[in-house]
Design a protein around this ligand. Structure first.
Ligand SMILES: [Zn+2]
Length: 225
């Protein structure tokens, strides 16, 4: 039997039995503005699309429903993504990371994943629970939080919400604050770092990241009896 959070009480520990859980899986950026350009010259959107496709497959293996958003590269308006996610239990936005422009010459110093949630999201406690679960699964699969986003000099002073699991607060993040449901933004790896870009292009690594993200989402959404 499957259990499901009541959205109105998300963040509390109560769970009820119910229908299928659905994850809105957002492919970050779009064709006209494809995000970061990797060390090797590949637009972030391509990395996001490849990883989101794997996450979708892994979520479906775990019996969760998936609504893919932005996979055609035509979502220019950010709040249209969360609007079209309405009814889903969790919004997960897939991205790949960069560093400040002045630090690009030292990009090899930066690696790892980061997770972002917003204190302006109406389901903050569940957003944090999901982000922490995803971070814990990624660590369990051998990945490491990048941590630099919390640093005032190397990052943007984004405070830790869960330091061990690489979760930061990013309150004005559009896809987190405009979502009606819990929302987590995943920066899978730092693709301006040439070595990390190679890892992110490895299908085996991508599958392990996808499996960890899916397992974390399931853990925070589905309560076993
Ligand atoms: Zn991005």
């Amino acid at each position: 039997m499957k259990w499901r959070w009541i959205p109105a009480f998300a963040g509390m520990t109560a769970a009820v039995s119910g229908g299928a859980v659905e994850v809105a899986l957002d492919v970050g950026h779009y064709a006209a503005e494809p995000g970061v350009i990797s060390a090797g010259g590949v637009p972030e959107f391509e990395f996001n699309l490849a990883l989101a496709s794997e996450v979708k497959a892994e979520l479906e293996k775990l019996q969760l429903n998936v609504r893919l958003i932005g996979e055609r590269g035509d979502y220019a308006v950010l709040h249209h993504r969360t609007r079209d996610a309405r009814g889903a239990d969790l919004f997960v936005s897939i991205h790949h990371d960069s560093v400040q422009e002045r630090l690009l010459p030292q990009a090899e110093r930066f690696a790892g994943f980061s997770l972002f949630i917003s204190r302006q999201n109406p389901r903050l406690a569940q957003s944090l629970a999901c982000a922490s679960a995803i971070g814990a699964k990624l660590r369990g699969a051998g990945f490491t939080p990048s941590r630099y986003h919390a640093d005032p000099a190397l990052g943007e002073s984004r405070p830790f919400a869960d330091e061990a699991n690489g979760v930061h607060y990013y309150d004005h993040l559009a896809v987190a604050r405009s979502a009606a449901m819990a929302s987590v933004l995943v920066e899978a790896g730092v693709i301006v770092n040439r070595e990390e870009e190679q890892r992110m292009r490895d299908p085996g690594v991508r599958r392990r990241i996808a499996a960890a993200v899916a397992a974390g989402a399931r853990e925070c959404l589905v309560k076993e009896p």
